[in-house]
Design a protein around this ligand. Sequence first.
Ligand SMILES: CC(C)(COP(=O)(O)OP(=O)(O)OC[C@H]1O[C@@H](n2cnc3c(N)ncnc32)[C@H](O)[C@@H]1OP(=O)(O)O)[C@@H](O)C(=O)NCCC(=O)NCCS
Length: 170
Amino acid sequence: MIRDVKIRAALDEDAKAIHVLTRDAFAPMSFADENDQHLPARLQADGDLTLSLVAVTDKIIGHVAFSPVTIANARGDWYALGPISVLAAHQRQGIGTLLAKTGLAQLRDIGAAGCVLTGNPDVYGPMGFSNDHALTYGGLNPRFISYLTLSGSIPKGEITFAPALQENHT
Ligand SMILES: CC(C)(COP(=O)(O)OP(=O)(O)OC[C@H]1O[C@@H](n2cnc3c(N)ncnc32)[C@H](O)[C@@H]1OP(=O)(O)O)[C@@H](O)C(=O)NCCC(=O)NCCS
């Protein structure tokens, strides 16, 4: 684990650094598209950025966004994790996990039922997310849909993401 990394709420003046970080972290990924780097700003512009956290050493090296979702058959307030980005030079050092867990603790504090995401289950399983194929999102293979329950019950049904993310996944 990298030492002296702090997680804090993103500030307005962090927007450029978050954009560059998201662009550079996603660029090598086979599933990435040009839209990914704009997602944090689009979520914010739409009023859908429930939480925006940065990991900071002497500069910003990681970021995670959380936004509201609806799930057809779930009760309570659910949120999506993403996008999440850590600079390549700092990956696999626990920073993504620290960002996710800090955000999840803050969601718990505001009474969230839980959190869902789409992505590689190998990354999110170790962060505490489960995958039992009960959630759906269009034609996406349910293997790539994960959830973590905070105070609600296990969610089932179709997910509707915030519009910025919905555009990205369909
Ligand atoms: C995904 C991402 C945010 C994870 O951040 P990170 O700081 O590297 O994650 P952590 O160090 O906390 O990793 C936690 C665990 O997740 C798993 N993991 C992380 N990255 C992985 C990868 N690329 N492939 C497989 N497993 C991975 C590992 O089990 C890891 O634990 P380990 O290193 O002890 O084996 C980061 O790799 C990233 O920015 N990737 C590019 C952008 C991206 O893909 N974002 C997510 C889109 S769905």
